[in-house]
Write a protein that binds this ligand. Structure first.
Ligand code: 13P
Ligand code: SF4
Length: 383
């Protein structure tokens, strides 16, 4: 008899599997070997052969071996802006994760193709909100007469289907660099916000930047009827936070901050807003990946920093700032495993395939989904 636990069975048989099969995770064809000593030269040659026809976008969490080939590096907001502003490149190779490539496809023209070098580069947080779950949540809010007073604000880290839901219901997308602006905009329109899918970014922004209290926030658990909340709790809440989180940023603890301050009293702590509320509250600075890089780079020589975000970024920040001491906030190694899926062999494979006239791993959002997602994304860019 199988000893598979009920939740694992559910994921194998239910929505978890649908999500992956819809997204697709296997790459076709032959990948070059990671040990091939000519990989860098091959990437350079293929990129040069494609010239202006290709633009490579690289998120800050990408590996060094990949980021060296990026034409533009940035946080998810800057990369979305770059994709929207870029109308000439025929191919945009997105070195990041699936939701970022989808957003780039939505924001670029029909003559442009967006490529994700490894289809398995997803985001576990984005997968924590499925379209069916979000639709059910909205139906529950409608049944309670609450939906008409609620605006959805959806973090960029979400599928195109959830972005489309957001656009169709008059909401906006946000990233970690404009969450405050987005929430202020939403509260000008309505009494309540349904914040998807990262509870931490929603809570941290509402409490730290907008001055709401923790009691103004409730957490909607999509696995429970009516989110596991009573009608009174939902009616009293200003922020309905989806029960999603980032497994990478969830590792940073208040204890690590206290330990650092004991060992190095002058250390400054900077963290990403996807961290837990008590971590964000205890930190000296909070910000998107782009802001973390800016704040540390612009600080005075000799400053010591402990940084709470993904390790590829922190490693580069330390290397680029030899006049400062930059430490990783967690005691253990903490890469984003899905961001790390994009490696040099996949990049070389994508580039060389384009040189030979074959477009691999194109990310294409269907027209109906793209229509409303675009509304929500453009609303964010207009803020
Ligand atoms: P940024 O928007 O700060 O780039 O963050 C994206 C992300 O996935 C953080 O985990
Ligand atoms: Fe998703 Fe977290 Fe990785 Fe960012 S760090 S892409 S939120 S899993």
């Amino acid at each position: 008899m199988s000893s598979t636990p009920p939740l694992a069975q559910l994921l194998l048989l239910g929505q978890g599997r649908d999500l992956l099969s819809e997204r697709g995770v296997s790459c076709t064809g032959e990948l070059p070997a990671a040990s091939d000593p000519t990989l860098v030269a091959r990437a350079e040659a293929a990129k040069a052969a494609l010239g202006d026809r290709v633009l490579i976008l690289g998120h800050h969490y990408q590996r060094d071996e990949v980021i060296q080939f990026a034409d533009i590096t940035g946080d998810s907001f800057k990369l979305a802006q770059a994709a929207a502003a870029q109308s000439s490149a025929e191919y945009i190779i997105f070195c990041g994760v699936h939701f970022m490539a989808e957003s780039a496809d939505i924001l670029t023209g029909p003559h442009q193709k967006v490529i994700l070098p490894d289809l398995a580069a997803g985001c576990s947080m984005a997968d924590m909100a499925t379209a069916a779950q979000v639709d059910q949540c909205w139906k529950d809010l409608e049944a309670l007469g609450i939906a008409s007073q609620t605006v959805p604000v959806t973090y960029m880290n979400s599928s195109a289907a959830i972005k489309s839901f957001t656009g169709a219901h008059g909401g906006t997308i946000c990233t970690s660099s404009n969450a405050e602006k987005s929430l202020r905009w939403a509260f000008n329109k309505a009494e309540k916000v349904l914040f998807l899918p990262d509870q931490h970014l929603g809570r941290n922004t509402a409490v730290k930047d907008l001055g709401l209290s923790l009691d103004d926030c409730v957490v909607w658990n999509p696995w429970k009827p009516q989110g596991g909340l009573t009608a009174e709790e939902i009616r009293a809440a200003k922020m309905i936070l989806w029960r999603g989180h980032c497994s990478v940023h969830g590792r940073f603890t208040r204890q690590s901050i206290d330990d650092f301050r004991t060992r190095i009293p002058e250390v400054k702590i900077i963290v990403h807003p996807e961290c837990q509320h008590e971590v964000v509250t205890a930190a000296d600075e909070v910000g998107s990946t782009e802001r973390i890089i800016r704040v540390v780079s612009e600080s005075a020589p000799g400053t010591q920093w402990a940084v709470g975000t993904e390790l590829n970024l922190v490693g580069r920040l330390a290397a680029d700032n030899p006049d400062k001491s930059v430490y990783f906030l967690d005691r253990t190694v903490c890469y984003c495993s899905t961001m790390n899926r994009i490696d040099l062999p996949h990049l070389v494979w994508a580039l060389e395939s384009l040189v030979s006239g074959q477009v691999v791993n194109e990310i294409k959002v269907d027209a109906e989904t793209a229509r409303y997602s675009k509304l929500a994304l453009e609303q964010m860019l207009a803020l």
